[in-house]
Design a protein around this ligand. Sequence first.
Ligand SMILES: NC(=O)c1ccc[n+]([C@@H]2O[C@H](COP(=O)([O-])OP(=O)(O)OC[C@H]3O[C@@H](n4cnc5c(N)ncnc54)[C@H](O)[C@@H]3O)[C@@H](O)[C@H]2O)c1
Length: 321
Amino acid sequence: MEILSANRRKVVVVGGGAVGATFAYALAQSGLADEIALIDKNVSLAQGQVLDLVHGLPFFPSVSIHVGDASDYANAQLIVLTAGAAQRPGETRLHLLRKNAEVVRAVVAEVLAQKSSAVMLVVTNPVDVMTYVALKCTGWNRHRIMGSGTVLDSARLRYLLSAHCGVDAHNVHGYILGEHGDTEFAAWSMTHVAGMQIDAFCPICGRCTDWAAERSYIAQQVRDSAYHIIDYKGTTCFAVGLALVRITSAILRSQNSVLTVSTMIDGEYGIQDVCLSVPCIVSRKGVEKIVESSLPENELAALRSSATALKQAIDQLTAEK
Ligand SMILES: NC(=O)c1ccc[n+]([C@@H]2O[C@H](COP(=O)([O-])OP(=O)(O)OC[C@H]3O[C@@H](n4cnc5c(N)ncnc54)[C@H](O)[C@@H]3O)[C@@H](O)[C@H]2O)c1
């Protein structure tokens, strides 16, 4: 039986490249969505990806998957923006910034034209700046647009700590905050292993002697993960696809999950007018609430310095227009 359109869990994926297609596959497998529309400016790529996906319908939980167009924005519950280029050799960060900002603006204009009431999830890099661009172009309330932020980086932290401590990654909780990029940092004050704050767990674990050095090595590994994967295979797609399914689940099922999505900061942590990742409660509404915890001085300083770096990127982008 066709599900009434108002309750239909419809996700539009914009960009059918490595990230968009992997996300669409993982989403179909999850059973979270009733309908997945895949849009790419390269229509034959979108057609090929969809054909490949629909051949999996006998194995997926029930879902409809089709090539989309702008009209799909009108009744979507969630729009996931993965369209855009990755950095090319020799290309400056600013050039990429400007190129992808154009893509984001073009997609947002189409979404607005369709009077969509969807929540928007931005993945295109540099994700914090692209989230800012999308938010400013729409004029929507800040809760409705978020970036995938450091949800992926936090998963990388949990994995690396779990491997280091010999504890199941499900029993390791921690957050990477700030920019999804070079100025991100591990919030050790919020990191728990086996239910214990990490400072209390380390003496029990006993796997290393120089905790400070090990922690800084792990944080650096998290920061450099994408560079390593891109060196090996040119793109990252599997873990980011799963991180996107996790965020989608929080939105479509209104789970009030705490996730480090990139969100517009408006005074929280003494920061203003920049999108970056802090723990947020994510529900059907989008970012239901920013959880403003009392960070120790060094972590607060790291968060503010990440905000300063992102503001510089935003200023560059607006100055170059
Ligand atoms: N935020 C994260 O955690 C994270 C992780 C990995 C990748 N990314 C970013 O995601 C983006 C996509 O990465 P990818 O590896 O899938 O790249 P890709 O090149 O494989 O795919 C991008 C797709 O976007 C399409 N596209 C470009 N402009 C478009 C437009 N205006 N409308 C519709 N489609 C358009 C292209 O045709 C292409 O198929 C990049 O910006 C990448 O840096 C973000």
